[in-house]
Design a binder for this molecule. Structure first.
Ligand SMILES: [Zn+2]
Length: 546
């Protein structure tokens, strides 16, 4: 039995089809459909008069599952919601929620696809089990390489690009990932040899290869395999004054080939001013504007309590003294390691105020909204529930001015934020959160409202208070089914995990078996996520490679 749904008379904001007009959206079962022939009536009609209709939102970088996220929950039980309702200003009331709530809160804001960007291959099964526990939204994960002994050994002995390509493809398939991420390439290995800083041309101890070599070899492999999402890069020197140079060197190292830089805000720092810490966002934005091969996401900081979770073990170790509350966890793993450091961004803190401004400057100074993506690096810059507040800041220069007036003047003086008048339009917001992320990830069936697309649709009240508007979507459809109304989830369903399966020479499987057996006494199956592990009818969905 076909079900025909009509979303009637809303303002369709759909940049992928260049539409901004009052019209109907028709849904036949799970897909967007053409309007039916005259006389055929919808089974369900929803009046969207005076409302905004967009495709479901897509978040390309949000830490929502895996051992690091779960460890943060275990480290900070006092911050998690108990059986008694807590006031919202309780520390981590906005960051400590369960997998279940993660899906509900995303859906309430009209987001329907989210990427968990940091899964070490040996923890892929854990991550997928948690992702499967998140209702409503579709999910995807990025597998992390770049500090692993197998890759670094291949590079040390110059074994050529074909074997690296096969290894990357094997990793993607075994871990059921949508792409590859590299985190401070070689930095975690250097940390094991007591390094406290590690830059692009530093040499990884014992392996004799530079961070740059690791980065380039992975970028090349991902490109050659035809994986739609380019290499997703967490650069060296995160958070350090003057690290804008690292970001600009990395952009140059990309050499005109596609590359994605994650949470760029954390690399937008200069050394100007009396405290030796300033915004370098204008020069960084300029570098991004010129390099049309590059995409970035911001990692906006918002004020309040959160917890930082990162596989950049070197960086997390260095920041452990800033933990608030005063406890932290550093994990020295097989390859990446990890760190969990709770943190409280304060509006009256000079450094935090500069960070807040740097993120907004990047959003506003990078001209093309299809190359700058909307993230807080949840929960590292802020919980994803702060997105509505950030949309409002991007869309309203006057609102930004009110905030700037409240923040430390010496901090605002080392940024350019006050001078920027740009205001994002609804179309630009939709580009940044719908059309562009779908394209970046190779998800042709979403991010737009074309006939045949998955019927992931978010309908918002056209409220002048943009934060209120984006916080509680009026209607949210997932695969054509109404799942949320006025910011409340009304129906639960299970999403899928999106993955790629590139072609490769199967001889690598034999090699991986031998390697794991000889090196660790383990089966290489350790990395594999079997279909039957996820107790859902269709837990995975393949995204084609080029
Ligand atoms: Zn991240």
């Amino acid at each position: 039995m076909t079900v025909l749904t009509r979303i009637k008379g809303g303002r369709i904001v759909d940049p992928a089809t260049r539409r901004d007009q009052i019209d109907d959206i028709w849904i036949r079962d799970e897909r967007i459909a053409d309007p039916p022939d005259g006389g055929i009536r919808a089974d369900y009609t929803y009046d969207a008069g005076g409302k905004i209709v967009m495709a479901g939102g897509i978040d390309i970088h949000s830490h929502i599952a895996g051992f690091n996220v779960n460890t943060a929950r275990l480290l900070l039980p006092e911050l998690h919601r108990g059986s008694v309702p807590r006031p919202v200003d309780t520390p981590l009331s906005t960051a400590g929620w369960s997998t279940f709530e993660t899906g509900c809160r995303y859906a309430a804001m009209g987001f329907t696809t989210v990427v968990e960007p940091a899964v070490p291959p040996s923890f892929a099964l854990h991550a997928h089990l948690e992702l499967a526990d998140i209702p409503i939204i579709d999910k995807a994960s990025l597998a992390v390489l770049g500090n692993d002994d197998f890759l670094l050994s291949l590079l040390r002995t110059s074994q050529g690009s074909a074997i690296i390509r096969d290894y990357v493809a094997w990793t993607l398939e075994s871990t059921r990932s949508l792409g590859i991420k590299v985190i401070n390439a070689g930095g975690a290995v250097a940390f094991k040899a007591n390094a406290r800083q590690f830059s692009l041309d530093d040499i990884v101890p014992h392996y004799g290869v530079t961070s740059r070599t690791i980065l380039k070899s992975l970028q090349f492999a991902v490109q050659e395999l035809g994986v739609p999402h380019p290499l997703h890069v967490h650069c060296n020197n995160l958070g350090l004054p003057g690290n804008v140079e690292t970001a600009i060197e990395t952009i140059a190292a990309a050499d005109g080939l596609p590359m994605h830089l994650a949470h760029l805000q954390f690399y937008g720092y200069g050394r100007e001013g009396e405290r030796g810490f300033s915004s370098a966002a204008p020069v960084l934005a300029e570098a991004v504007n010129k390099a049309t091969n590059m995409t970035v996401d911001v990692g906006q900081v918002m004020f309040g309590q959160t917890v930082t979770v990162s596989l950049d073990v070197l960086r997390q170790f260095n920041s452990r003294d800033q933990a608030q509350p005063r406890k932290w966890l550093i994990f020295d793993g097989d390859a990446e390691g990890a760190g969990v450091v709770p943190y409280n961004y304060r509006a009256n803190n000079f450094y935090n105020a500069v960070q807040w401004a740097v993120g907004l400057e990047l959003f506003l100074l990078i001209e093309d909204p299809s190359r700058v993506f909307f993230t807080t690096d949840h929960p590292n810059g802020a919980p994803f529930t702060t997105y509505p507040e950030i949309f409002a800041l991007l869309m309203d220069a006057e609102l930004r001015a009110q905030w700037i007036a409240k923040l430390p003047a010496n901090a605002m003086a080392v940024t350019s934020l006050a001078s920027i008048k740009r205001e994002y339009s609804l179309g630009e917001i939709a580009t940044m959160t719908r059309a562009a992320p779908a394209q970046l990830l190779g998800l042709k069936d979403r991010g737009h409202l074309r006939t045949g697309a998955i019927a992931d649709v978010a309908v918002y009240d056209d409220d002048r208070d943009r934060a209120r508007m984006f916080r509680a979507a009026a209607l949210v459809f997932k695969n054509g089914e109404l799942v949320a109304r006025n910011g409340q989830v009304i129906r639960y369903r299970w999403g899928r995990a999106l993955k790629v399966s590139p072609n490769y020479d199967r001889d690598i499987e034999r090699r991986m078996r031998t390697y794991y057996e000889e090196r660790y006494g383990l089966a290489s199956d350790l990395m594999k996520v079997p279909q039957h592990a996820i107790p859902r009818p269709e837990p995975f969905e393949s995204v084609p490679c080029r």
